[in-house]
Design a protein around this ligand. Sequence first.
Ligand code: ZN
Length: 170
Amino acid sequence: MTCLEVQSNIISYIDDGLEKDKKIEFLKHVESCKDCKEELDIYYTMIEGMRQMDSNLPISRDFRAELDLRIKRELKQNRNRKKLLFSTIVMTILGVLAFSIIAYINFLNILYNDEQEEIKQKQGQYYYSAYFDDVLFDPEPKQFNVNIEPKEITEQSFYSKIRQYNANNR
Ligand SMILES: [Zn+2]
C-alpha cells in the first residue's frame, strides 16, 4: 500500500470501514511510515474529538495514545488469527501425514499378506503335487507282468525220452 492509498483510507479506517486484509495492510504501513502515522493521528484526533463532543462523551485527553492502543490491539488480533490459521494448517498437515503413514503401513501389510498368501498357495500346490500328483495323474507304471514260466519242453528232452522208450522196449 502506498502513502497515497493509506492516506485516502484514513477516514474509512477511523470509521472502521476497512475490510480485514486491507486494514492490516493499512496498519502495517502506518507502523513503519512516520508521515502516514502523523496524518492518521491528526485525522483521528479531529474525527474522534468531534464524535465525542457530538455525543456528549467526556473528551479523551490523549487521542494519540488511544489510537496507538487501537492499532496495537488490531494488529495483535491479526497475529492471533494468523497463529490460529498457522496451527490449523500445521495440524492439518500433521493429520494428513499421519493418515498417509498409517495408510502406507496398511498398504504394505496388505501387500505382505498377499505375498504370504501367494507363497502359501504356491507351497500348498507344491506340496500337493509333490505328494499326490504321481498317484493321481502320473501313476508309476506298475509291473503287471506275471512271470509264467513255461515247462521246459526242449527238443532234446523229447528225443531223449523216445530214445529211452525204445531202449526199454528192445
Ligand atoms: Zn506512508
